[in-house]
Design a protein around this ligand. Structure first.
Ligand SMILES: NC(=O)c1ccc[n+]([C@@H]2O[C@H](COP(=O)([O-])OP(=O)(O)OC[C@H]3O[C@@H](n4cnc5c(N)ncnc54)[C@H](OP(=O)(O)O)[C@@H]3O)[C@@H](O)[C@H]2O)c1
Length: 346
């Protein structure tokens, strides 16, 4: 699939027309035979739809990372019962692992289990995420604000922990590995663009402060952090071994808005009815993000388009990027000593 570059854009409107473009179908020849693929948030919405795409295209091992293992087992049974999957000569091995991105202990233990039991890892699709208006914090130390923890920090942690295995798998298999984190166009509405995080406070402290919490932009803020992190990580990673990016699937019918107040759900329900894609179609852009070439390394993708992030080219944006990177590495290193060096990031 060829990627076009989108002209610099910082406004919501420029990215969100009334009707979304039709996505071309995935190539018929696409196959994940021989590959081990990990999907977070695989029990519903885009993660579930992406899991069907992988399973139907002959993935060898599919790791479903889910909050509720019982539902994960039901997802596994449904995937194996799918008419296309059940007709395959070799059925995928599907493994279910518990992962709660809101609890650092769960994220740490999940990463350790995967690293201990998974000889090869070709694709990591970090899809799970939340969108809510409420200020909530993780139940565990250091009690980070929940969008920051779930959408950003846990994904950054997993990317760094899995990077050495993704690299060694690429070397062993002779084909590139991938990390893709599901981002969002809502990042173009991030509050940081108009009012950058002050230099006088740490980025993490700002994100955790209830008084600096903007409920209307925090979801987009957390997704801007994701593409900022990916840019930095990509600069330190050889794209001939591991390709990484953040990807927005467009507006997609899923349960992402179920935690919103009734009025918000009613409004988004109408908008979704007019313009949202099905999860199966939206997930095509996720599949594309973990199969395209090095032109998408370190990029923020929307559909099959690379966005140039104007904010990150400004002085303020660059400053935020540097500070976020340093604080992220320090946090990851604190939770998993040695992992920053193992990932070749020092
Ligand atoms: N739908 C859209 O229009 C749209 C647009 C742009 C980006 N996205 C992004 O797409 C991704 C998938 O969302 P979706 O639209 O498919 O919504 P969804 O149906 O609500 O799926 C979200 C998934 O994330 C999982 N999740 C939530 N909190 C978690 C946690 N603390 N630990 C582990 N897993 C957790 C959920 O698990 P449970 O099944 O246990 O709840 C669920 O499987 C998100 O990152 C979202 O921001 C969506």
């Amino acid at each position: 699939m060829e990627y076009k570059r989108w002209p610099p854009s910082t406004t919501f409107q420029r990215n969100m027309g009334l009707f979304q473009p039709t996505l071309p179908p995935l190539p018929k020849s696409l196959s994940f035979e021989g590959k081990t693929v990990l999907v977070t948030g695989a029990n519903s919405g885009l993660g579930l739809a992406a899991s069907y795409h992988f399973a139907q295209r002959k993935v060898t091992t599919l790791i479903l990372a889910v909050r509720t293992v019982k539902s994960g087992e039901a997802t596994k049974a449904a995937l194996l019962a799918d008419p296309i999957v059940s007709a395959l000569p070799t059925k995928p091995t599907i493994l279910v692992y518990e992962l709660d991105l809101g609890r650092p202990s769960s994220v740490k233990s999940f990463a350790s289990k995967i690293l201990a039991h998974t000889p090869d890892l070709n694709i990591v699709l970090l899809n799970a995420g939340i969108g809510s208006l409420k200020f909530e914090t993780s139940p565990e130390e250091p009690h980070n604000e929940l969008h920051f923890q779930v959408n950003y920090l846990s994904n950054a942690f997993l990317s760094i922990r899995f990077l050495p295995l993704l690299r060694s798998t690429a070397q062993r298999c002779g084909s590139r590995s991938y990390i893709s984190i599901v981002g969002s166009r809502m990042q173009t509405m991030s509050s940081f663009i108009k009012s950058p995080i002050p230099d006088t406070t740490s980025v993490f402290a700002f994100l955790n402060s209830p008084k600096d919490y903007n409920k209307f932009t925090r979801y987009g803020d957390s997704k801007l952090l994701v593409s900022t992190f990916i840019r930095e990580l990509a600069q330190r990673t050889d794209a001939s071994l591991v390709i990484m990016n953040a990807v927005c699937p467009g507006m997609v019918h899923t349960s992402i808005n179920t935690k919103q107040p009734l009025l918000v759900r009613a409004i988004t329900g109408v908008v979704f009815a007019i313009r949202a894609r099905t999860a199966a179609v939206g997930a095509q852009s996720l599949i594309n993000a973990v199969t395209a070439g090095p032109e998408i390394h370190g990029e923020q993708l929307g559909d099959y388009t690379v966005w140039e992030n104007k904010f990150l080219e400004t002085e303020e944006g660059k400053k935020m990027e540097r500070r976020l990177w340093a604080e992220t590495l320090a946090a990851v290193e604190k939770d998993a000593p040695g992992s920053v060096q193992n990932a070749g990031l020092e």
